[in-house]
Design a protein around this ligand. Sequence first.
Ligand code: CTP
Ligand code: MG
Length: 382
Amino acid sequence: MNQHLKTAVIIPAAGSGERLGAHLPKALVQVVGRTLIEHTVARLSPIAAHIIIAAPAGYEDQFRTLFGQSVTVVTGGSTRTQSVKAALAALAPEVEYVLVHDAARAFATADLAERVLAQLVGGDLAVIPGLAVTDTIKEINSENRVVATPDRAQLVAVQTPQGFARQTILDAHASGADATDDAALVEKLGIAVRVIPGEESAFKVTHVADLDRAMRLLAESSTADIRVGLGTDAHAFSADSSRPMWLAGLLWPDEVGVDGHSDGDVAAHAICDALFAATGMGDLGSNFGTSDPKYAGASGATLLHETLNRITAAGFSIMNVSVQIVGNKPKIGPRRIEAINALSASLDGASVSVTATTTDGLGFTGEGKGISAVATALVVRR
Ligand code: CTP
Ligand code: MG
């Protein structure tokens, strides 16, 4: 049987969320259009065939409506431990691994859960994620007097999901003791609890400021790391009438080309600059050197492809590229599709658009002295 079918996630979600101060139980509070419990379930459902939610008494149907048949909803208890215990009573017989995960840690990733699970499959009986603490922790007494200062290097702040072998978690809860996490009950049985690295995103939504943190986290992941860049290039038409005209990756046989170090393809060069600008990797000159003989006479297509290789190696992908050619000639319209295809082919099929304009007789382009191009590129960091 595959591991997914043998795994259950128990989600204690029966707290009232007093510190958050909402009018609803905390698990039903929305962040960016979804309740916390929906965020939690969406992240962890890929790893477990069984999901059991302990809901606040009176809200069970509201939870059932959210998830339908895909989850089991039980009535939670008056403490977190009681809520977990109620959910354990609903474990299916085939479940071997149990992950207990706070509804309030709605942004813990499936990757973290997978790492917990992998340790259980490897034979550990109890596995919990933990992060090093950055503050010094003091133990105090009821009069607010410090009793002890434990060595910070020996402390971790623990999170959920906490993973257990089925019998281990059942035995731990059979004692009837109460604790703020399940591992504490397992420790009392004298069973070793392994700590693995936790993650920042597994923070617990506790106070209102944590909702802001959650919103920022969701905004970051939905807009990813997208960056825009701008590039321009210009060249004078050559006095040498035998100079070939290369533009937008195409040869224009009826036109005289431009002077320049390379083939003078202003559209291709503007796109290269836009891509380097978007990725913060310098520009055409700093990458290919106007004095570097290796690129003397290099085609626009070659430079585009080499630019793509460099930004790809740095971890970026192109979302789209747009270039506008400015000049009296050549007329781009009749060959626009060809130009798009040529530029796109040099960028391994990236989305490219090509537009063109004249400048109403103004400036060096309007006077027919040369040609220029301006490009933008949108890239995303993978
Ligand atoms: N929990 C539960 N049953 C309880 C109390 C808490 O299932 N009787 C759950 C909460 O829903 C939460 C997790 O345990 O997912 C961690 O608890 P906490 O963050 O303290 O949530 P609340 O108890 O709801 O918040 P507060 O302490 O501010 O009231
Ligand atoms: Mg609480």
